[in-house]
Design a protein around this ligand. Structure first.
Ligand code: SF4
Ligand code: SF4
Length: 424
């Protein structure tokens, strides 16, 4: 019953998203995105719908746990749908056990959302402004192709290769943000009767928590990845679990909850997990290098770049290949792909920096390299090159790049200004 209700809530959520985007649009309420809390509220003091959602999610997590993730997140719902499809196809992905589950979402949260916006706010003091209809729904959303690919990579491939709710566990920065209030939540899954160690609760948990271990060791689920989905309470054949309130004054808190993880899973459930903890460090380094090398290119956002980076690092270091030749071939392709894009990213970053600092010789070298290697033609880079060549007195090259910039984006007036300056 409770699970039917949860699925109903998740379906209703998608109906509301559809209505918001295509019927009501942003006349009254703009983008309802978690990142608004960081990019609008923390950075500029703008209290919009997205920021209010995050404040409500944070406060309610203190009471009910991360129920938002289990009951109201469309990305979580997509992963559950992927899991359902895989089950129908008789495919049972195993849950990958790794410390990256804790580290990666925190890196994403701090690096892209928390730290830059807090630093900006310190240097640019803000006043509180309530603007419910800002920003536009599409302002921070990717185009259709990147959006669909992001859903496919994060919502399906991560589930297939890393286990149920692979994105929530390994990458979601919003989940990381809610871990802290979740550790103090008043409602938790608690042991209320004798456990028969059937391990059904662990088998059913969508976020790979060893529920049977935690409730027998601590009398409650303490893992901050728990999404209060209540699959374990409804799935326990002995009714030993209940989602119960406890007055925080009488609650026991301990660091041991987070440090005393099971080193081995019980015989009954060990086939369900695979540990890659001995490769965590190398995976972390390569995941970061790979993800950063493509982040922002082709319009790829953080979620998609980290999904690709994580999967690629995982393939490189943990997958078993049928033959050594195939392993060398596949790994070489992965390395070449990321080296190539890393070079593009570096060249763009250096080239723009050189342009802004008026170091035109190195700026030209870097941006020429970037435009030659990058398959996507970007008007802005050709415009900068045109400007730098013009200032260096090379009219022929300045005209060439201004013409390319104009052909990519004819409505852009800056290339025409360079062409007019050259024709004078
Ligand atoms: S521990 Fe129970 S309530 Fe928490 S996520 Fe797992 S199945 Fe859901
Ligand atoms: S499903 Fe219930 S009885 Fe079985 S291990 Fe979990 S808590 Fe114990």
């Amino acid at each position: 019953m409770i699970q039917k209700l949860r699925i109903g809530v998740l379906l209703l959520l998608h109906v509301l998203i559809f209505l918001h985007i295509f019927v009501f649009e942003d006349d009254i309420v703009g983008s309802i995105d978690f990142q608004e809390f960081f990019h609008a509220f923390i950075k500029h003091g703008i209290l919009n719908a997205g920021a209010i959602l995050v404040i409500i999610a944070f406060m309610t997590t203190l009471i009910f746990g991360r129920f938002f993730c289990g009951w109201a997140c469309h990305f979580g719902a997509i992963q559950e749908f992927s899991w359902w499809i895989l089950k129908k196809l008789n495919i049972n992905p195993i849950t990958i056990n790794s410390k990256l589950v804790t580290i990666l979402p925190i890196i994403l949260l701090l690096n892209y959302y928390f730290i830059p916006n807090i630093i900006y706010a310190f240097n640019n003091p803000w006043e509180l402004n309530i603007k419910l209809n800002e920003p536009d729904i599409w302002e921070f959303l990717p185009g259709w192709l990147i959006g669909i690919l992001t859903f496919f990579i994060d919502g399906f491939l991560l589930v297939y290769f890393l286990g149920r709710k692979g994105f929530c566990r390994f990458l979601c920065p919003w989940g990381a943000f809610l871990k802290f209030p979740n550790s103090m939540s008043m409602f938790k899954v608690r042991k209320v009767d004798t456990c028969t160690y059937c391990h059904e609760c662990t088998k059913i948990c969508p976020v790979g928590i060893d529920v049977s271990y935690e409730i027998n060791k601590f009398d409650k689920v303490v893992n901050t990845n728990c999404t209060s989905c209540l699959l374990c309470t409804s799935g326990c054949p002995s009714q030993s679990l209940s989602y119960k309130f406890k007055n925080p004054m009488y609650e026991k808190y301990s660091l041991g909850y987070y440090l005393k993880k099971p080193t081995k899973h019980h015989e009954n459930i060990k086939h369900q997990f695979k540990s890659i903890r001995n490769k965590d460090s190398i995976l972390l380094i390569f995941c970061l290098l790979f993800s950063i090398s493509i982040d922002g290119l082709y319009g790829i956002g953080h979620f998609m770049s980290f999904g690709i980076g994580l999967l690629s690092a995982y393939f490189l270091f943990t997958l078993k290949y049928s033959t050594m030749q195939f392993k060398i071939f596949a790994n070489s392709i992965v390395i070449i792909f990321f080296l190539w894009h890393g070079t593009i990213k570096y060249s763009i970053w250096q080239g723009i920096k050189n342009y802004e600092n008026k170091q035109f010789d190195s700026g030209i070298i870097n941006l020429e390299r970037a435009t030659k290697l990058y398959p996507k033609k970007i008007s802005k880079f050709h415009l900068m090159l045109g400007d730098m060549y013009y200032l260096k007195g090379n009219s022929e090259k300045a005209l060439e790049h201004a013409m390319i910039a104009h052909s990519i984006n004819p409505s852009y007036s800056a290339p025409i200004e360079i062409i007019n300056r050259l024709n004078k």
